[in-house]
Design a protein. Structure first.
Length: 398
């Protein structure tokens, strides 16, 4: 028999809409003390059954819901079925799979706190909450059962685990260790994945469709790729026929990886450059020098860590977009992004519009972007929509 929690009066409304989170302030009492990650039955104040979820005694999100179906038991078969369903949704029309894709997108795939990314013959997992941590053995077993992989590696070395009372950890979970530089194919180029030290699980899979969009618009243009990391947008641009790309990042390690990525693709070295620099200072310097580009990519790291940082982040987004508009030729295009989940899409568009006004540029929004299809947003979990992007085109020479 699972442990039971009772909600306060009127606190069941979000669960009736199948939102997967129960916050600490919504809980009236707990019958018997569950272990971290243990499955609990969630009941309304009146005792009506609402669902089953994973108990997290330290996090403000005290319960993450596994199921809203009374018939669904949370056991080994439950995880196998959820993993199988998520995998089937990533399958191509011909039955094949992409070389790299997000297999499980946490709450949006009904598996809160779990990220699973496939890179060639390896899968990289992140256990981000007590529930997925509690069932880690069953999850690893399910991955190995459903897909022929050479190895499964863990990259749970992220700060969010501390909010769950979990220590960061990483290491091999199954099979062979992945190579130090694992190569995948995306569109018209190859990308080297650093599973051991790379951002996220090694690569920004969520930007794959946006890199493809840039590739289609890149022909003959000179591009500035800022916060370039290992050069994904640059590779897409060059594969799409860009004349030249300048990659700017503050990390020497990331730029070295990017340089290797460019060499492995055989691009003429005269078509790209790498510059180690602070992007904000670099953009200001280019503005002073009156340098101009046909296209610019702004893909900064998360500026909004909490709602208390939103105002400061808004100023940073405005500053960097204003500088970018100054550097665009008439008819030039800006790919600008925010990966901050707390940044509303409407607010982000307003910030970019205000940036254009401050730069005295007449700008059109020609496309709105988000995360790739393998990073879905469940209708009952709008928080899953975190990546916002705009393609902007300048119209004048002011």
């Amino acid at each position: 028999m699972n442990k039971v929690i009772y909600l306060k009066p009127e606190k069941e409304k979000s669960l009736l809409r199948k939102h997967p989170w129960v916050f600490a302030g919504a809980i009236a009492r707990v019958r018997e003390t569950p272990l971290p990650g243990e499955t609990v039955e969630v009941l309304s104040h009146k005792g009506n059954w609402l669902g089953r979820g994973a108990w997290s005694p330290i996090s403000q999100i005290r319960v993450r819901m596994w199921t809203f179906s009374p018939e669904e038991v949370v056991d080994t078969r439950f995880f196998l079925n959820r993993l199988k369903q998520a995998l089937s949704l990533r399958q191509n029309a011909d039955g094949s799979f992409p070389d790299a894709f997000r297999w499980v997108a946490a709450e949006s795939d009904g598996l809160p706190g779990l990220i699973a990314d496939r890179y060639g013959d390896w899968v990289v997992l992140q256990f981000l909450a007590t529930g997925s941590e509690f069932w880690r053995s069953e999850i690893v077993q399910g991955i190995g059962t459903l897909f022929p992989v050479r190895g499964i590696y863990e990259r749970s070395d992220v700060d969010v685990r501390k909010k769950e009372g979990l220590a960061p950890q990483s290491g091999l979970l199954y099979g062979e260790a992945p190579p130090m530089n694992l190569w995948i194919r995306e569109g018209g180029f190859r990308a080297g994945i650093d599973i051991y030290q790379g951002h996220k699980t090694g690569y920004y899979l969520d930007q794959s469709e946006n890199r493809a969009r840039l590739g289609h618009m890149a022909t003959g243009k000179n591009w500035l790729n800022t916060f370039s990391y290992t050069g994904g947008f640059s590779l897409a641009a060059l594969a799409g026929g860009a004349k030249h790309v300048l990659n700017v990042d503050s990390s020497a390690h990331a730029l070295a990886r990017s340089e290797e990525n460019h060499r492995q693709n055989g691009f003429d070295t005269s078509r790209y450059d790498h510059l180690e620099a602070d992007v904000f200072k670099c953009l200001r310097g280019f503005h002073t020098e009156e340098r101009l580009f046909d296209g610019i990519v702004l893909d900064p790291p998360k500026f909004v860590e909490s709602k208390f940082h939103l105002e400061k982040a808004a100023r940073a987004y405005k500053d960097i977009n204003r500088l970018a508009f100054h550097l665009l030729r008439p008819g030039g295009v800006l790919f600008t992004f925010s990966c901050s989940g707390l940044m509303d899409a409407g607010l982000f568009q307003k910030i970019v519009a205000d940036s254009a006004l401050d730069a005295q540029r007449d700008v059109q929004f020609i496309h709105r972007m988000g995360q790739a299809a393998d990073h879905p947003v469940r209708s009952t979990f709008p928080e899953g929509f975190y990546l916002k992007g705009l393609i902007c085109r300048t119209c004048n020479e002011n």
